[in-house]
Ligand binder design. Structure first.
Ligand code: PBG
Length: 323
């Protein structure tokens, strides 16, 4: 191998055009998914303190927002619902006229080409804020499966293109697949939050979705940050159960796992740049500590370079504006 002075890597960095010619990672707007929060009411746009630029919106306001997103070229969204009322059984998650179901019908009608994905979980709908049904102080895995499956089917009925279970109960992908197929939705893909860690970076989201657990934490179902091999096992199991797209979450702190998953499994791979990752950049930029635009591009480029095919990020509209 020749070395300096024959080899000079700076030669290809001399101009913008040369750098562009040898760019290894390119981002495509079609790979980005924008998370959205839908809440009850009319004419409601409730900005979130912990997520600058992001708001909870009632269905009508959401329609306007999606109009803007579509005009920017954002082609996929992921819906989260904030229900009117919460209860022990998370009824709001699977009601026919639940908040997400209503938003889906409206968006489906107005934006036939938009990819409509939905987060399938119980935590926004349970009074205790956990992702499954609670028995005593425990989260009952198997009792939660049926409700998750019902939720997914109700989303498909209302027009979802993709359902995305984020609860981390064992066996939920198989349960959802079976229920979707039985309900006549064998064509609806599952994007599973396969390797989802018990992460501090979901902090701002829990304000956004009103889903902070009222007791305990999520460590009995979400993964320990220390476990990479187990993450591969989670992904393998979800694929075996019928997941069509698998996801790693959070993204930035898990670039190694995104790379491992990319090399190991041949399936479409998503990564979720979560609320805290977004909020960190926003907060630091607000204080003049870093350049927001550059930090945004660097963070999503790194996630893509690590191997993510699909990136879920609150930056989607800002990225779209510059693409
Ligand atoms: C629901 C869910 C969460 C997120 C996505 N789906 C919160 C959690 O598990 O606590 C986090 C998203 C984000 O932080 O942006 N289970």
């Amino acid at each position: 191998m020749s070395t300096f002075p024959a080899t000079r890597l700076r030669r290809l960095r001399r101009t913008d055009r040369l750098r562009s010619l040898v760019r290894e990672t390119r981002l495509d707007l079609a790979d980005f998914v924008m998370p959205l929060f839908v809440c009850p009411g009319e004419g409601v746009t409730h900005p979130l303190e912990g997520l600058p630029g992001i708001a909870q919106r009632s269905v009508d306001a959401l329609v306007d927002e999606v109009e803007t997103l579509a005009a920017l070229g954002v082609s996929a969204v992921l819906l989260f619902g904030i229900p009117e009322e919460k209860d022990e059984e998370a009824s709001g998650a699977y009601e026919e006229d639940g908040i997400v179901q209503r938003a889906l019908r409206e968006l489906r009608l107005r934006f036939p080409d938009l990819v409509l994905a939905t987060d399938v979980c119980l935590c926004e709908y349970t009074s205790h804020g956990h992702c499954g049904i609670v028995r005593g102080e425990e989260i009952d895995n198997d009792a939660s499966l049926e409700l998750l499956a019902r939720t997914a089917v109700s989303h498909a009925e209302a027009g979802a293109d993709i359902v995305a279970p984020s609860d981390m109960m064992d066996g939920r992908v198989a349960g959802i697949r079976k229920a979707l197929d039985a309900g006549g939705f064998s064509h609806v893909p599952i994007m599973s939050y396969a390797a989802k860690f018990a992460s501090a970076f979901y902090g701002p989201f829990r304000e956004a979705a009103g889903s902070t657990p009222q007791f305990g934490d999520r460590q009995t179902y979400q993964m320990a940050v220390s476990n990479g091999d187990e993450a591969m096992k989670e992904i393998q199991l979800d694929l075996d159960e019928g997941a069509d797209i698998v996801m790693v979450k959070p993204a930035g702190p898990c670039l190694d796992l995104i790379r491992r998953a990319k090399e190991r499994f041949g399936s479409p791979l998503g990564a979720y740049q979560v609320s805290g990752e977004y909020a960190m950049i926003k907060a630091a930029a607000e204080r003049g500590m870093l350049d927001e635009t550059k930090a945004m591009w660097e963070s999503v480029t790194a996630i893509h370079r690590a191997g993510a095919d699909i990136i879920l990020t609150y930056f989607a509209p800002d990225l779209a504006e510059q693409m």
